[in-house]
Design a protein around this ligand. Structure first.
Ligand SMILES: NC(=O)c1ccc[n+]([C@@H]2O[C@H](COP(=O)([O-])OP(=O)(O)OC[C@H]3O[C@@H](n4cnc5c(N)ncnc54)[C@H](OP(=O)(O)O)[C@@H]3O)[C@@H](O)[C@H]2O)c1
Length: 304
């Protein structure tokens, strides 16, 4: 596993990060398997773990806390999010008020069993929600030692552009993968401003032509349904990248990750997986050279 600096945070992160979200955090996914994946990720050299207060209907964060209990977390960078929370009945509510964000951080620390969150990202705020009052509450959390660095996770270009100009935030997490080359200028500008850049959805949620074709477990049905209901664009665009899964010497996921990590401004590609074999396959993508003919194929598919 290779490691990169996360902007100016002073933190170093593994090139492959593990996303503790979605099916991984759901009670229907066995606890032993979920915890085992975190432990295997640590053994593979993964040091960046990404979760959120609202992930998996609020179940992901305490589950990650249980996975970390009794482990040496000194080399790990545990990142969580605030601003969205599970409001019951599968509903996600938003609250970016200073009081709500402060309470969320305090709850997250309890859930994770940590004294400090290395990275707290605001989860999809609107520009108008990044008020002076909120920024002063964030400064207070830092001063109390509860949070080391702040970031914003957003897939809205205008929000990221705005955050790039704010000194309070050291990190941005954007949706960057083979389907989203249009993110590259923004990533470049963020890095030039000293921000650490995280690629969320680094595998385009698995929609590069493989998910719908292989339904082996309940998680596959869940991810396929999520794609069809909420991410049709990804599913449709992803169909152009089926060739990635027919290359010699590199799997489709490794090729897609190697593409993301070819971008020197990306510190870490964050991937969610519920399968050990996938985790191991993804870890190998760190340090892998993207074969020139595969790169050419990706660029061609992006232009179509
Ligand atoms: N999606 C969002 O809206 C979002 C928003 C903000 C942040 N994030 C962060 O980004 C992380 C990643 O996003 P994500 O989980 O939505 O999408 P993702 O990592 O792009 O894709 C996850 C999907 O890819 C599959 N997968 C992973 N490795 C694979 C492999 N080697 N071969 C084949 N399939 C593979 C997984 O299935 P298996 O379980 O079968 O491996 C799952 O269906 C999240 O965990 C979260 O921390 C996501």
């Amino acid at each position: 596993m290779r490691y990169r600096r996360l902007g100016r945070t002073g933190l170093t992160v593994s090139e492959i990060g593990y996303g503790c979200a979605s099916w991984w955090g759901k009670p229907r996914f066995p606890e032993a398997d979920a915890l085992g994946l975190v432990h295997a990720a640590i053994d593979l050299g993964v040091t960046f773990f990404d979760t959120g207060a609202s992930y998996s209907a609020g179940e992901a964060e305490p589950r990650l806390g249980r996975a970390l209990a009794g482990r040496d977390v000194s080399r790990l960078v545990i990142a969580t999010k605030a601003g969205t929370f599970h409001a019951g009945g599968g509903r996600i509510a938003r609250d970016f008020s200073p009081t709500a964000i402060t309470a969320s951080v305090e709850r997250s620390l309890g859930n994770l069993g940590l004294e400090q969150v290395q990275l707290l990202q605001l989860h999809g705020p609107a520009i108008g929600e990044l008020t002076d009052e909120l920024r002063s509450a964030l400064a207070d959390l830092k001063q109390r030692g509860l949070v080391r660095a702040f970031g914003v996770n957003s897939f809205d270009t205008a929000v990221i552009e705005h955050v790039v100009g704010l000194p309070d935030f050291d990190v941005v997490m954007v949706d960057y993968n083979v389907l989203r080359p249009e993110r590259e200028p923004l990533i470049h500008r963020a890095a030039a401003a000293g921000k650490g850049v995280l690629a969320g959805m680094a595998l385009a949620m698995g929609h590069t032509g493989l998910k719908v074709a292989k339904l082996k477990g309940p998680q596959d049905l869940w991810y396929a349904a999520r794609g069809l209901v909420r991410h049709r664009d990804e599913v449709l665009k992803g169909a152009r990248f089926g060739f990635l899964h027919r290359q010699p010497g590199v799997t489709g996921s490794q090729a897609a990750l190697a593409y993301v990590l070819e971008n020197p401004h990306v510190a870490c590609a964050v991937i969610g997986t519920t399968r050990l074999a996938h985790l191991q396959e993804n870890a190998v993508a760190s340090g892998m050279e993207l074969p020139p003919q595969v790169r050419a194929g990706i660029l061609g598919a992006q232009r179509r």
